[in-house]
Design a protein around this ligand. Structure first.
Ligand SMILES: [Zn+2]
Length: 145
């Protein structure tokens, strides 16, 4: 990934230093454009602007990634990124989105994993008219253990 900053007027770096907030700083009549070169697995290097890319931060494990849709083949591309790349992307105006791992990952797991026999049994149970009653009564029995 390569990020190239260009401004139509003024110096982006000096204006950033004077305003260290995460919000992109825009002086009147100054338009900041960051050209981001990223790689699509199908098309190779593609050029994007900060609006085309999204930074994704997982709040559970603090891992970062960036995502974009390839302008050539429309493939959705997502790649892991280190902190300094994330910082650079965010400071060049890329929007950041924070997400967390699904809560189901922390649910306790009991019993054996579902196997082919269970699946077959379930398939045959669905053939009957009262499969829902059988299923819920089986679950109630499981909970009592
Ligand atoms: Zn592509």
């Amino acid at each position: 990934m390569l990020i190239h900053m260009s401004t139509f007027s003024g110096n982006f770096n000096s204006s950033r230093a004077a305003h260290p907030s995460m919000q992109p700083h825009r002086v009147e009549r100054e338009d900041v454009v960051a050209t981001i070169r990223a790689s699509c697995p199908t098309c190779g290097d593609v050029e994007l602007t900060s609006g085309d890319v999204t930074v994704l931060i997982c709040s559970t494990n603090n891992e970062g990634a960036y995502a974009f849709q390839c302008p050539a083949c429309r493939l959705a591309v997502s790649k892991p990124a280190e902190g300094r790349v994330i910082d650079l992307l965010v400071s060049s105006g890329v929007q950041m989105s924070v997400w967390q791992l699904p809560a189901e990952l922390h649910e306790p797991r009991n019993g054996k994993p579902i196997g082919y026999d269970d699946l077959l049994e379930f398939h045959f149970a669905l053939q009957g008219d009262d499969w829902m009653t059988e299923l819920t009564s089986a679950l109630a029995t499981d909970d009592e253990r």
